[in-house]
Design a binder for this molecule. Sequence first.
Ligand SMILES: [Zn+2]
Length: 152
Amino acid sequence: MFTDELNLQNHRVPCTLFCPLCDNCTEDEWHVMFDCSRTKQSWRITALLSVIEPWLQKYSNIQDVIFDTCCVEDWVTVGKIAILMDALWKFRNGMVWNGEKTEVEQIDMRVTQGLNVWISAQQQQPVMDNNNIEAKWFSPLQNRLKCNVDAV
Ligand SMILES: [Zn+2]
């Protein structure tokens, strides 16, 4: 069960506790991402079920599965898993908020397209001539904050 649903129920807002995808089990993040029958179809059709299954047997929380997967698997597999999990979350939300029914084949197509875009983006090298760029720091505008995220 998600925290939002608990909060809604505590405020007497009626909402279902069942998974919107299978309408058969109590919904939580583990169920939506790994254990739902509809979700498992997506892992299977994207050829990622065999990759993720050992982690599912080893862990019982989603954070550990994601962390270990990222540490062990190659970057393309990790990217594909991330794209699939994003697609599954959107699949679930589309069902809950818009009543959209997404077929497993559509998720597979989204993962393939997303992976191609992601790989292409990873392989593009930024064209920069660092010799001609002088790094200068400029103060932010008045009443603004500035956060430097690329400091070395
Ligand atoms: Zn389900």
